[in-house]
Ligand binder design. Structure first.
Ligand code: T4K
Length: 400
């Protein structure tokens, strides 16, 4: 056996000298926007829909082929603004359990009750059949999520919304840049909200937006973002401060220029992971429909211990020893969060299988082939030595 085949946890050399974290954000160099930033500082106008935010909104609307967007200070405020702009302030909203906690929290903050649905095994996104089963006379909306940047089944969900007279909203925090049927996401359903957080493929540090084809909804969202002020200081309804700053808009404008190349690179990395990992026993990968080109926020891998030889925790520890830092996104399905204790007795087997067995691999805008191959090689070698790796992890846990 070759020495370099031995996993680090068993004494082999590390695959990666420097740590490869779950996220490696890419930002434009300061020189590229320093003059405009300086102009904003000198003018004193740094927020409240300044000129750069307005320019950024126009560029985003063009990118997503929608009549307008409402830029916000983060993805969560964009989600809240979208829900309220769609009239959600009571009743039930059907959401996936397999998502970041931000999704059901936003529903709760709007005064409605999240009702959790199971996910689809191939895409990890909400299962439209289960959604329809959960509709009651109290249901107001479906709030689906584009998990990992894979778009949910917009056609099926839009059809359900029409059949039952429900709003169909998309928490597309992870999926800015994904294309469905050749169209960039943004114009689907009644509205979509996005996150431009530092961890996202398209990052403005903090940031987000609401996109929609419905100009009335967008007008209402713009007011809600600014405390609800509609005519001068009068307010039709209570809003929040969800305004984006000028510096975030400037970064966003720069990011748009290089984003096409970033999305392509992410697709290549995902394809490389798939080629390398699909052949390993006990490994299940996401299968987005062929009409999609996902932005691949992360690359999810579901591990079945019986065939792979190691469980998620053992894989996580063995990869960390190689300097490869994966994440257990989302390691508690939302219906098991303490905040939603009432929903715990629900059985959502596919969401639970995903949440308790997934590791998310990093996908960077500038990831090299070599970096992606480190993850593939690590999976190969820990699988080959699975029994001893499991013993080593058990020993470490005992010692801790
Ligand atoms: N809806 C959905 C479906 C979402 O997933 C999210 C957010 C939202 C709504 C709300 O959008 P935002 O309001 O956040 O815009 C992260 C992100 O904070 C969050 O944006 C994201 N989803 C969630 C899934 O993940 P954490 O708690 O995992 O972040 P943290 O601090 O552990 O960082 C992750 C990695 O990123 C670390 O390795 C460090 C690195 N990192 C982090 C930051 C903050 C950087 O390299 N630079 C940074 O500035 O939540």
């Amino acid at each position: 056996m070759r020495e370099d085949d031995l996993p680090t946890i068993l004494g082999g050399a590390r695959l990666s000298e420097r740590p490869l974290n779950i996220v490696r954000p890419t930002f434009p160099r300061l020189e590229r926007f320093a003059d405009r930033f300086q102009a904003a500082l000198a003018s004193g106008v740094v927020t409240n829909q300044g000129p750069y935010v307005r320019e950024f909104e126009t560029a985003l609307a063009h990118y997503m082929s929608v009549p307008g967007v409402v830029a916000c200070n983060n993805g969560q405020s964009a989600l809240l603004v979208m829900l309220r702009a769609a009239g959600i302030d009571e009743g039930e909203v059907i959401v996936p359990s397999y998502t970041f906690s931000a999704t059901p929290h936003a529903v709760r903050w709007c005064g409605a009750t999240p009702v959790f649905a199971d996910c689809d095994e191939r895409t990890f996104c909400i299962d439209s059949v289960d959604v329809e089963r959960r509709i009651t006379p109290r249901t107001r909306a479906i709030l689906a999520v584009d998990v990992y940047g894979i778009a949910c089944d917009y056609a099926a969900l839009d059809a359900i919304g029409k059949r039952h007279g429900l709003k169909v909203l998309y928490d597309s925090a992870p999926s800015f840049g994904t294309r469905v049927g050749g169209r960039p996401v943004g114009a689907f359903g009644d509205a979509q909200s996005f996150s431009f957080h530092a961890t996202k493929a398209f990052a403005t540090m903090e940031g987000g937006c609401v996109a929609s084809r419905d100009e009335g909804l967008l007008r209402r969202a713009a007011e809600l973002r600014n405390f609800g002020q509609s005519r001068g200081t009068d307010c039709d309804e209570p809003g929040i401060n969800a305004k984006m700053t000028e510096v975030c808009a400037l970064i966003g404008l720069e990011q748009l220029g290089s984003f096409g190349a970033a999305v392509r690179r992410r697709g290549e990395v995902a394809a490389r992971y798939r080629r390398g990992l699909a052949k390993l026993p006990g490994i299940r990968l996401a299968e987005p429909p062929s009409i999609q080109e996902p932005v691949w926020l992360y690359f999810p891998v579901i591990i079945a211990k019986a065939e792979f030889g190691l469980d998620r925790e053992e894989v996580f520890r063995a990869l960390a020893a190689e300097n490869l830092h994966v994440r257990k996104y989302f390691d508690i399905p939302c219906h098991h969060l303490t905040a939603y204790a009432g929903a715990k007795r629900e059985s959502l087997p596919r969401a639970e299988a995903a949440a308790y067995h997934v590791v998310a691999l990093p996908v960077y805008n500038d990831m090299t082939d070599e970096e992606a191959d480190h993850f593939v090689r690590a999976f190969e070698r820990i699988h080959r030595h699975a029994a001893r790796v499991a013993q080593a992890v058990a020993k470490m846990s005992g010692a801790a």
